[in-house]
Design a protein around this ligand. Structure first.
Ligand SMILES: [Zn+2]
Length: 411
């Protein structure tokens, strides 16, 4: 927390893409905006996403007489795949990168664009992450284990959010995006909730707005893909989640939810689940840690509220929901040790966490709420007043109140 209180004297802001175009059929209207950035694009995506976008993107590139070539990022955003993409860029003498796909494809496209000093257009094909927006790339091993992230010097030059394209993705991707987006609140309120810095207060506030919006609209959105409500939720997971990362910057860090995700990626059995699904489970683990280690009753009520929300929209609540029912103690320990590495953001929690604590939390995410807390017990955590998901009753009296944030400033 001291680190947050004394920021470096120079902070570079990478808040947003230079241009964002969004709408139904947005790609078809983006020809001139793309052409302003280059004439020889390398289109980077996964095999499925390249195919999904081809019918919309090719006519646009042809209309501007661009010499475009496609390249698959392979199995993961790994150092080997990045090297192959740099080779493809050199061969094609590309002067522009167009990244198409989900988090890993876009992370690979953004990172090679940075490494080769080329402009970058991002076209998300699902609502699963805010990778199309952010100045950050995650690098994985060829086997899919999270290795490290790279902070990029700027956000993309152009982001094209085409709702027609996003609607072709499976609903599961948007559900995962909702899990990843709500994590912003649970993590930012811990890492930056006590900050008095203007941009951090703004970022944490927006994280709460984002979470409340998703609590209110997600179930309706998933019932009616393509509707206005669905577009609102896509805007939330792809764009607003990115805004928060942009405003908060490097000081508005992830905490335990993403650390748990990072640990789980080291178990091959977890590779069938999406980033946001593991992160969503990680939020429950983080809250459970706050309950168990800190005796935080607000964390307990927040967890009960999330369990209800997860049931409503289909996010995983347990290891078993993540396809890890058969994980061994040794494997769980390995994931917990990775998540508790000295460089891990899990140590931004306001108490010490050991792999043993973490393992206990990981297997008890659906534990019933403890009834031994007194109503006026201290919480030691930022307030977590919420509006209730789907208009149902809150599990804790305070969970319905909408307080200004942070209370020390507002009251
Ligand atoms: Zn994430």
């Amino acid at each position: 927390m001291d680190k947050i209180a004394s920021p470096p004297t120079l902070i570079t802001a990478m808040i947003a893409p230079a241009q964002v175009m969004r709408g139904q059929g947005a790609i078809a209207q983006a020809a001139e905006a793309i052409a302003r950035l280059g004439q020889r694009p390398l289109v980077i995506g996964g095999d499925r996403t390249l195919k999904a976008v081809r019918t919309q993107l090719q006519p646009v590139l042809q209309q501007q007489a661009m010499a475009a070539v496609e390249a698959s990022y392979g199995a993961d955003c790994s150092e080997a795949s990045l090297a192959a993409l740099r080779e493809a860029i050199a061969q094609h003498q590309a002067d522009l990168i167009i990244g198409v796909g989900g988090g890993k494809a876009l992370d690979a496209a953004k990172l090679v664009a940075h490494q080769t000093s080329l402009p970058i257009v991002t076209i998300p094909t699902s609502g699963a992450t805010c990778a199309a927006w952010t100045a950050l790339s995650n690098v994985y091993s060829d086997e899919g284990a999270f290795l490290y992230d790279v902070a990029l010097p700027r956000c993309p030059d152009l982001l094209i959010l085409d709702y027609d394209l996003v609607q072709t993705a499976t609903p599961r991707t948007l559900i995962a995006g909702i899990g990843d987006a709500i994590a912003k609140w649970y993590e930012a309120s811990v890492s930056s909730g006590h900050s008095e810095r203007t941009f951090l207060i703004a970022a944490v506030q927006q994280a709460r707005v984002l979470r409340d919006l998703l609590f209110q609209k997600s179930a309706d959105a998933l019932r009616s893909p393509g509707s206005d409500t669905w577009q609102d939720v896509v805007d939330a997971t792809v764009l607003l989640a990115g805004v928060i990362g942009g405003i908060g910057g490097a000081q508005c860090r992830t905490v335990a939810a993403h650390a748990v995700h990072n640990g789980l990626t080291h178990l091959t059995q977890s590779h069938g689940t999406l980033h946001g699904e593991k992160v969503a489970y990680g939020i429950l683990v983080q809250l459970r840690l706050e309950e168990m280690v800190q005796g935080n009753r607000l964390a307990s009520s927040a967890r009960q509220q999330l369990l209800q929300f997860y049931s409503e929209i289909g996010l995983p609540k347990t290891l078993s929901d993540l396809g890890l029912a058969d994980v061994t103690i040794a494997q769980l320990q390995h994931a917990a040790e990775v998540a508790c590495a000295s460089s891990s953001d899990i140590h931004r929690l306001p108490f010490a966490v050991t792999p043993a604590h973490l393992m206990a939390a990981m297997v008890s995410t659906i534990a019933p709420i403890a009834d031994s807390w007194s109503p006026d017990a201290g919480t030691g955590r930022s307030p977590d007043e919420t509006i209730s998901p789907g208009g149902s009753q809150p599990t804790h009296p305070s969970s319905f109140l909408l307080h200004p944030f942070p209370p020390e400033v507002a009251e």
